[in-house]
Design a binder for this molecule. Structure first.
Ligand code: GTP
Ligand code: MG
Length: 387
Protein backbone atom coordinates (compact mmCIF):
# COMPACT_ATOMS: atom_id res chain seq x y z
CA UNK A 1 0.00 0.00 0.00
CA UNK A 2 1.22 3.43 -0.86
CA UNK A 3 0.47 5.68 2.06
CA UNK A 4 0.65 5.10 5.80
CA UNK A 5 -0.37 7.68 8.38
CA UNK A 6 0.25 7.27 12.09
CA UNK A 7 -1.78 8.82 14.89
CA UNK A 8 0.27 10.00 17.84
CA UNK A 9 -0.66 12.15 20.81
CA UNK A 10 -0.75 12.37 24.56
CA UNK A 11 -2.48 9.59 26.47
CA UNK A 12 -6.27 9.94 26.41
CA UNK A 13 -6.34 12.25 23.41
CA UNK A 14 -8.58 9.80 21.57
CA UNK A 15 -6.13 8.10 19.20
CA UNK A 16 -7.75 4.69 19.50
CA UNK A 17 -11.24 6.18 19.15
CA UNK A 18 -10.16 7.89 15.92
CA UNK A 19 -8.44 4.73 14.70
CA UNK A 20 -11.57 2.73 15.38
CA UNK A 21 -13.85 5.22 13.63
CA UNK A 22 -11.53 5.35 10.61
CA UNK A 23 -10.86 1.66 10.18
CA UNK A 24 -13.98 0.08 11.67
CA UNK A 25 -11.76 -1.97 13.96
CA UNK A 26 -12.71 -2.47 17.59
CA UNK A 27 -9.76 -1.59 19.85
CA UNK A 28 -9.38 -0.76 23.53
CA UNK A 29 -10.64 2.74 24.33
CA UNK A 30 -10.36 3.91 27.90
CA UNK A 31 -10.55 7.01 29.98
CA UNK A 32 -7.14 6.35 31.50
CA UNK A 33 -3.61 6.88 30.16
CA UNK A 34 -1.68 4.24 28.19
CA UNK A 35 -4.73 2.16 27.37
CA UNK A 36 -3.04 1.20 24.14
CA UNK A 37 0.20 -0.72 24.60
CA UNK A 38 1.02 -1.92 21.09
CA UNK A 39 0.67 -0.41 17.64
CA UNK A 40 -2.49 -1.31 15.76
CA UNK A 41 -2.58 -1.02 12.00
CA UNK A 42 -5.76 -0.91 9.92
CA UNK A 43 -7.09 0.19 6.57
CA UNK A 44 -9.15 3.33 6.00
CA UNK A 45 -10.39 4.83 2.76
CA UNK A 46 -10.19 8.26 1.27
CA UNK A 47 -12.21 9.20 -1.78
CA UNK A 48 -11.58 10.48 -5.29
CA UNK A 49 -13.94 11.15 -8.20
CA UNK A 50 -13.67 7.99 -10.31
CA UNK A 51 -12.72 8.40 -14.00
CA UNK A 52 -15.17 5.60 -14.91
CA UNK A 53 -17.85 8.32 -15.06
CA UNK A 54 -16.18 9.60 -18.23
CA UNK A 55 -16.56 6.30 -20.08
CA UNK A 56 -19.94 5.30 -18.63
CA UNK A 57 -18.79 1.79 -17.78
CA UNK A 58 -18.79 0.68 -14.13
CA UNK A 59 -15.35 0.11 -12.63
CA UNK A 60 -14.16 -3.04 -10.81
CA UNK A 61 -11.91 -1.90 -7.96
CA UNK A 62 -9.45 -4.42 -6.54
CA UNK A 63 -9.63 -2.58 -3.19
CA UNK A 64 -12.44 -0.52 -1.70
CA UNK A 65 -15.70 0.35 -3.41
CA UNK A 66 -16.94 2.90 -5.90
CA UNK A 67 -20.28 4.40 -4.86
CA UNK A 68 -22.03 6.79 -7.25
CA UNK A 69 -18.74 7.61 -8.91
CA UNK A 70 -16.91 8.23 -5.64
CA UNK A 71 -14.00 5.86 -5.51
CA UNK A 72 -12.57 4.61 -2.22
CA UNK A 73 -8.79 4.41 -2.06
CA UNK A 74 -7.16 2.46 0.75
CA UNK A 75 -4.60 4.00 3.08
CA UNK A 76 -3.00 2.47 6.16
CA UNK A 77 -3.59 3.95 9.56
CA UNK A 78 -1.50 3.19 12.65
CA UNK A 79 -2.60 3.81 16.24
CA UNK A 80 0.78 4.48 17.82
CA UNK A 81 0.97 4.07 21.59
CA UNK A 82 2.54 6.89 23.59
CA UNK A 83 6.21 6.97 24.47
CA UNK A 84 6.82 6.13 28.10
CA UNK A 85 9.28 7.90 30.30
CA UNK A 86 12.81 6.73 29.60
CA UNK A 87 11.94 5.62 26.06
CA UNK A 88 14.79 7.69 24.70
CA UNK A 89 17.17 5.45 26.65
CA UNK A 90 15.57 2.41 25.03
CA UNK A 91 13.29 1.60 27.93
CA UNK A 92 9.67 0.60 27.66
CA UNK A 93 8.12 1.12 24.28
CA UNK A 94 10.96 2.94 22.61
CA UNK A 95 11.88 0.15 20.23
CA UNK A 96 8.34 -0.61 19.37
CA UNK A 97 7.71 3.06 18.79
CA UNK A 98 10.64 3.14 16.43
CA UNK A 99 9.22 0.24 14.41
CA UNK A 100 5.90 2.05 14.28
CA UNK A 101 7.21 5.34 12.96
CA UNK A 102 9.88 4.07 10.57
CA UNK A 103 7.44 3.28 7.75
CA UNK A 104 5.06 6.21 8.22
CA UNK A 105 4.66 8.81 5.47
CA UNK A 106 2.99 11.35 7.74
CA UNK A 107 1.85 11.72 11.31
CA UNK A 108 -1.30 13.15 12.87
CA UNK A 109 -0.64 14.69 16.27
CA UNK A 110 -4.01 14.35 17.94
CA UNK A 111 -4.41 16.98 20.63
CA UNK A 112 -6.82 16.87 23.55
CA UNK A 113 -8.39 20.30 24.14
CA UNK A 114 -9.03 19.31 27.76
CA UNK A 115 -6.28 19.47 30.37
CA UNK A 116 -5.34 16.62 32.71
CA UNK A 117 -7.68 18.17 35.26
CA UNK A 118 -10.58 17.84 32.81
CA UNK A 119 -10.85 21.60 32.34
CA UNK A 120 -10.78 23.15 28.86
CA UNK A 121 -7.43 24.45 27.67
CA UNK A 122 -6.99 27.88 26.09
CA UNK A 123 -5.78 27.97 22.47
CA UNK A 124 -2.27 28.67 23.87
CA UNK A 125 -2.60 25.68 26.21
CA UNK A 126 -3.58 23.50 23.25
CA UNK A 127 -0.56 24.77 21.31
CA UNK A 128 1.70 23.98 24.26
CA UNK A 129 0.30 20.46 24.62
CA UNK A 130 0.83 19.85 20.90
CA UNK A 131 4.45 21.03 21.05
CA UNK A 132 5.18 18.90 24.10
CA UNK A 133 4.22 15.71 22.24
CA UNK A 134 6.31 16.71 19.25
CA UNK A 135 9.31 17.71 21.34
CA UNK A 136 9.19 14.39 23.12
CA UNK A 137 9.35 12.60 19.79
CA UNK A 138 12.05 14.86 18.34
CA UNK A 139 14.21 14.38 21.44
CA UNK A 140 13.63 10.66 21.47
CA UNK A 141 14.55 10.36 17.79
CA UNK A 142 17.64 12.56 18.21
CA UNK A 143 18.84 10.31 21.02
CA UNK A 144 18.27 7.21 18.89
CA UNK A 145 20.35 8.70 16.08
CA UNK A 146 23.18 9.63 18.43
CA UNK A 147 23.39 6.17 19.95
CA UNK A 148 26.77 4.49 19.15
CA UNK A 149 27.58 7.57 17.09
CA UNK A 150 31.29 7.94 17.74
CA UNK A 151 32.13 4.44 16.52
CA UNK A 152 30.00 4.93 13.43
CA UNK A 153 31.39 8.45 12.83
CA UNK A 154 34.99 7.27 13.04
CA UNK A 155 34.41 4.56 10.46
CA UNK A 156 32.54 6.83 8.02
CA UNK A 157 34.85 9.83 8.48
CA UNK A 158 37.73 7.60 7.35
CA UNK A 159 36.13 7.56 3.87
CA UNK A 160 35.85 10.65 1.70
CA UNK A 161 32.24 9.94 0.74
CA UNK A 162 29.70 12.76 0.56
CA UNK A 163 27.68 13.33 3.73
CA UNK A 164 24.50 11.70 2.43
CA UNK A 165 26.41 8.50 1.65
CA UNK A 166 28.08 8.47 5.05
CA UNK A 167 24.67 8.66 6.70
CA UNK A 168 23.01 5.87 4.74
CA UNK A 169 23.79 2.90 7.00
CA UNK A 170 22.67 4.79 10.05
CA UNK A 171 19.49 6.21 8.54
CA UNK A 172 18.27 3.14 6.68
CA UNK A 173 17.86 1.61 10.12
CA UNK A 174 15.22 4.27 10.73
CA UNK A 175 13.50 3.72 7.38
CA UNK A 176 15.05 6.84 5.82
CA UNK A 177 16.51 6.41 2.33
CA UNK A 178 19.22 8.31 0.51
CA UNK A 179 16.83 10.57 -1.37
CA UNK A 180 15.25 11.58 1.94
CA UNK A 181 18.64 12.17 3.58
CA UNK A 182 19.44 14.50 0.69
CA UNK A 183 16.23 16.44 1.28
CA UNK A 184 17.11 16.92 4.96
CA UNK A 185 20.68 17.97 4.15
CA UNK A 186 19.48 20.46 1.56
CA UNK A 187 17.27 22.25 4.09
CA UNK A 188 19.67 22.55 7.02
CA UNK A 189 23.43 22.64 7.36
CA UNK A 190 25.37 19.96 9.23
CA UNK A 191 29.12 19.44 9.82
CA UNK A 192 30.69 17.33 7.09
CA UNK A 193 32.73 15.40 9.68
CA UNK A 194 30.31 13.15 11.53
CA UNK A 195 32.58 13.13 14.58
CA UNK A 196 31.94 16.88 14.88
CA UNK A 197 28.16 16.50 15.22
CA UNK A 198 26.81 17.98 18.45
CA UNK A 199 23.59 17.42 20.38
CA UNK A 200 22.16 20.38 18.47
CA UNK A 201 22.91 18.71 15.15
CA UNK A 202 21.16 15.50 16.21
CA UNK A 203 18.17 17.55 17.32
CA UNK A 204 18.12 19.58 14.09
CA UNK A 205 18.35 16.43 12.02
CA UNK A 206 15.50 14.90 13.99
CA UNK A 207 13.31 18.00 13.66
CA UNK A 208 14.03 18.20 9.99
CA UNK A 209 13.03 14.55 9.43
CA UNK A 210 9.67 15.24 11.05
CA UNK A 211 9.27 18.42 9.08
CA UNK A 212 10.20 17.26 5.60
CA UNK A 213 10.05 13.45 5.53
CA UNK A 214 7.35 12.47 7.99
CA UNK A 215 5.41 15.71 8.41
CA UNK A 216 3.44 16.08 11.63
CA UNK A 217 -0.04 17.56 11.23
CA UNK A 218 -1.82 18.86 14.31
CA UNK A 219 -5.49 18.00 14.75
CA UNK A 220 -7.61 18.90 17.77
CA UNK A 221 -9.98 16.14 18.90
CA UNK A 222 -13.02 16.22 21.22
CA UNK A 223 -14.49 19.19 19.37
CA UNK A 224 -17.81 18.26 20.97
CA UNK A 225 -16.35 19.39 24.32
CA UNK A 226 -15.16 22.79 23.08
CA UNK A 227 -17.82 25.25 24.16
CA UNK A 228 -15.73 28.39 24.21
CA UNK A 229 -16.54 30.45 21.10
CA UNK A 230 -13.14 32.15 21.08
CA UNK A 231 -11.26 28.81 21.16
CA UNK A 232 -13.46 27.46 18.36
CA UNK A 233 -12.65 30.49 16.20
CA UNK A 234 -8.96 30.74 17.00
CA UNK A 235 -7.96 27.10 16.42
CA UNK A 236 -8.66 27.08 12.65
CA UNK A 237 -6.86 30.45 12.38
CA UNK A 238 -3.88 28.79 14.06
CA UNK A 239 -3.99 26.08 11.38
CA UNK A 240 -5.63 23.30 13.38
CA UNK A 241 -8.46 21.11 12.12
CA UNK A 242 -11.02 20.22 14.77
CA UNK A 243 -12.72 16.81 14.83
CA UNK A 244 -14.76 14.64 17.17
CA UNK A 245 -13.56 11.05 17.08
CA UNK A 246 -16.21 10.02 19.58
CA UNK A 247 -19.09 11.31 17.44
CA UNK A 248 -17.52 9.69 14.38
CA UNK A 249 -17.43 6.37 16.17
CA UNK A 250 -21.13 6.77 17.03
CA UNK A 251 -21.88 7.46 13.36
CA UNK A 252 -19.97 4.35 12.37
CA UNK A 253 -21.89 2.28 14.93
CA UNK A 254 -25.22 3.74 13.75
CA UNK A 255 -24.34 2.76 10.19
CA UNK A 256 -23.39 -0.74 11.33
CA UNK A 257 -26.69 -1.15 13.15
CA UNK A 258 -28.65 -0.03 10.11
CA UNK A 259 -29.88 3.20 11.74
CA UNK A 260 -28.56 5.43 8.93
CA UNK A 261 -27.99 4.79 5.23
CA UNK A 262 -24.72 6.57 4.75
CA UNK A 263 -22.09 8.06 7.05
CA UNK A 264 -22.39 11.39 5.20
CA UNK A 265 -26.08 12.18 5.70
CA UNK A 266 -26.52 11.12 9.42
CA UNK A 267 -30.30 11.01 8.80
CA UNK A 268 -31.94 8.43 11.07
CA UNK A 269 -34.11 5.78 9.42
CA UNK A 270 -37.59 4.83 10.67
CA UNK A 271 -36.29 1.83 12.67
CA UNK A 272 -34.22 4.08 15.01
CA UNK A 273 -35.69 4.57 18.48
CA UNK A 274 -36.52 8.09 19.60
CA UNK A 275 -33.42 8.15 21.86
CA UNK A 276 -31.29 7.10 18.89
CA UNK A 277 -32.95 9.74 16.70
CA UNK A 278 -32.17 12.39 19.31
CA UNK A 279 -28.56 11.30 19.60
CA UNK A 280 -28.15 11.33 15.83
CA UNK A 281 -29.70 14.78 15.52
CA UNK A 282 -27.29 16.07 18.18
CA UNK A 283 -24.40 14.61 16.20
CA UNK A 284 -25.72 16.06 12.97
CA UNK A 285 -26.09 19.56 14.46
CA UNK A 286 -22.52 19.47 15.82
CA UNK A 287 -21.15 19.01 12.31
CA UNK A 288 -23.65 21.32 10.60
CA UNK A 289 -21.87 24.44 11.85
CA UNK A 290 -18.91 23.48 9.64
CA UNK A 291 -16.42 24.30 12.43
CA UNK A 292 -15.89 20.65 13.27
CA UNK A 293 -14.64 18.65 10.32
CA UNK A 294 -15.72 15.16 9.39
CA UNK A 295 -12.75 12.81 9.64
CA UNK A 296 -13.14 11.84 5.99
CA UNK A 297 -12.79 15.51 4.95
CA UNK A 298 -9.91 15.98 7.35
CA UNK A 299 -7.97 13.07 5.83
CA UNK A 300 -8.72 14.21 2.28
CA UNK A 301 -7.44 17.64 3.21
CA UNK A 302 -4.27 16.20 4.73
CA UNK A 303 -3.54 13.87 1.85
CA UNK A 304 -4.54 15.98 -1.16
CA UNK A 305 -3.96 19.56 0.04
CA UNK A 306 -1.26 19.30 2.66
CA UNK A 307 0.83 16.31 1.51
CA UNK A 308 -0.19 16.99 -2.12
CA UNK A 309 -0.74 13.40 -3.14
CA UNK A 310 -2.48 12.59 -6.41
CA UNK A 311 -4.43 9.52 -7.54
CA UNK A 312 -3.31 7.65 -10.64
CA UNK A 313 -5.16 4.80 -12.37
CA UNK A 314 -2.81 2.34 -14.15
CA UNK A 315 -4.41 0.21 -16.89
CA UNK A 316 -3.21 -2.40 -19.37
CA UNK A 317 -5.54 -1.46 -22.23
CA UNK A 318 -5.48 2.29 -22.78
CA UNK A 319 -8.62 2.35 -24.91
CA UNK A 320 -10.89 0.28 -22.66
CA UNK A 321 -9.18 1.31 -19.38
CA UNK A 322 -8.96 -2.32 -18.31
CA UNK A 323 -6.36 -4.71 -16.95
CA UNK A 324 -5.38 -7.96 -18.68
CA UNK A 325 -8.50 -9.68 -17.35
CA UNK A 326 -10.85 -6.98 -18.58
CA UNK A 327 -11.43 -5.36 -15.17
CA UNK A 328 -12.19 -1.64 -15.61
CA UNK A 329 -9.92 0.74 -13.67
CA UNK A 330 -8.96 -1.96 -11.15
CA UNK A 331 -6.32 0.07 -9.32
CA UNK A 332 -6.12 3.57 -7.92
CA UNK A 333 -2.67 4.51 -6.60
CA UNK A 334 -1.93 7.38 -4.28
CA UNK A 335 1.34 8.96 -5.37
CA UNK A 336 3.35 11.98 -4.36
CA UNK A 337 2.83 15.02 -6.57
CA UNK A 338 5.47 15.34 -9.29
CA UNK A 339 5.86 11.54 -9.46
CA UNK A 340 6.74 10.38 -12.96
CA UNK A 341 5.50 7.69 -15.32
CA UNK A 342 8.62 5.72 -14.40
CA UNK A 343 7.76 5.98 -10.68
CA UNK A 344 4.34 4.54 -11.50
CA UNK A 345 5.97 1.67 -13.38
CA UNK A 346 8.14 0.86 -10.36
CA UNK A 347 5.12 1.09 -8.11
CA UNK A 348 3.30 -1.53 -10.17
CA UNK A 349 6.32 -3.85 -10.09
CA UNK A 350 10.10 -3.53 -10.02
CA UNK A 351 10.32 -5.58 -13.25
CA UNK A 352 7.93 -3.19 -14.99
CA UNK A 353 9.99 -0.24 -13.77
CA UNK A 354 13.23 -1.80 -14.99
CA UNK A 355 11.72 -2.76 -18.35
CA UNK A 356 10.02 0.63 -18.87
CA UNK A 357 9.65 1.51 -22.57
CA UNK A 358 6.95 4.17 -22.62
CA UNK A 359 3.68 5.23 -21.08
CA UNK A 360 0.41 6.05 -22.85
CA UNK A 361 -2.17 8.59 -21.70
CA UNK A 362 -5.57 6.83 -21.50
CA UNK A 363 -7.46 10.01 -22.39
CA UNK A 364 -5.43 11.49 -25.24
CA UNK A 365 -3.61 8.25 -26.27
CA UNK A 366 -0.44 10.32 -26.41
CA UNK A 367 2.91 8.59 -25.84
CA UNK A 368 4.59 9.74 -22.66
CA UNK A 369 8.24 9.41 -21.69
CA UNK A 370 9.62 8.09 -18.42
CA UNK A 371 9.94 11.62 -17.01
CA UNK A 372 6.33 12.56 -17.70
CA UNK A 373 4.96 14.20 -14.55
CA UNK A 374 1.76 12.46 -13.53
CA UNK A 375 -1.40 14.51 -12.92
CA UNK A 376 -4.24 13.85 -10.52
CA UNK A 377 -6.69 11.26 -11.94
CA UNK A 378 -4.44 10.32 -14.86
CA UNK A 379 -5.30 6.99 -16.51
CA UNK A 380 -2.02 5.55 -17.70
CA UNK A 381 -0.79 2.49 -19.55
CA UNK A 382 2.81 1.47 -18.98
CA UNK A 383 4.49 -0.41 -21.81
CA UNK A 384 7.37 -2.47 -20.53
CA UNK A 385 9.79 -5.08 -21.89
CA UNK A 386 8.52 -7.76 -19.55
CA UNK A 387 5.00 -7.61 -20.98
N1 GTP B 1 -16.11 13.79 24.33
C1 GTP B 1 -15.22 13.09 23.61
N2 GTP B 1 -14.53 12.09 24.17
C2 GTP B 1 -13.65 11.41 23.39
C3 GTP B 1 -13.43 11.74 22.03
N3 GTP B 1 -12.50 10.90 21.54
C4 GTP B 1 -12.16 10.07 22.54
N4 GTP B 1 -12.84 10.37 23.67
C5 GTP B 1 -12.73 9.71 24.99
O1 GTP B 1 -11.43 9.92 25.50
C6 GTP B 1 -10.98 8.77 26.22
C7 GTP B 1 -9.67 8.28 25.68
O2 GTP B 1 -9.87 7.75 24.38
P1 GTP B 1 -8.84 6.73 23.71
O3 GTP B 1 -9.27 6.60 22.28
O4 GTP B 1 -8.71 5.49 24.49
O5 GTP B 1 -7.52 7.59 23.82
P2 GTP B 1 -6.00 7.18 23.41
O6 GTP B 1 -5.37 8.42 22.90
O7 GTP B 1 -6.02 6.00 22.52
O8 GTP B 1 -5.40 6.84 24.84
P3 GTP B 1 -4.10 5.92 25.18
O9 GTP B 1 -4.20 4.64 24.41
O10 GTP B 1 -4.25 5.70 26.64
O11 GTP B 1 -2.91 6.73 24.83
C8 GTP B 1 -12.12 7.75 26.12
O12 GTP B 1 -12.93 7.85 27.26
C9 GTP B 1 -12.89 8.19 24.88
O13 GTP B 1 -14.23 7.80 24.88
C10 GTP B 1 -14.20 12.83 21.47
O14 GTP B 1 -14.09 13.18 20.30
N5 GTP B 1 -15.06 13.46 22.31
MG1 MG C 1 -5.23 4.17 22.76
Amino acid sequence: MSLKIGIIGKPNSGKSTLFSALTGTAVAIGNYPFTTTSTEVGVAYITNKCPHLEINVPCNPNYGRCLNGIREIPIEIADVPGLVEGASQGKGMGNQFLDSVSDLNAIVNLVNPMGDDGKPLTPEGIEKAASETENEIFTWFASRISRDWQRFAKKEDATDSPLDEKLITKMSFFGINREQIKIVLSRESFPHALSAWSEDDFMNFSRSVFKHIKPVIRVVNKGDLIHDVNTMERLPEMGYSIISADYELSIWKALNHGLIDSPESIKPKENASSAQKNALSQISSLFSSGKILRISSMFSRIIYDYLQYIVVYPVYDESKWTDKKGKVLPDAFLMKHSSTAEDLAYMIHTDIGEGFIRAVDGRTRMILGRNYELKDRDVIRIVSKTK
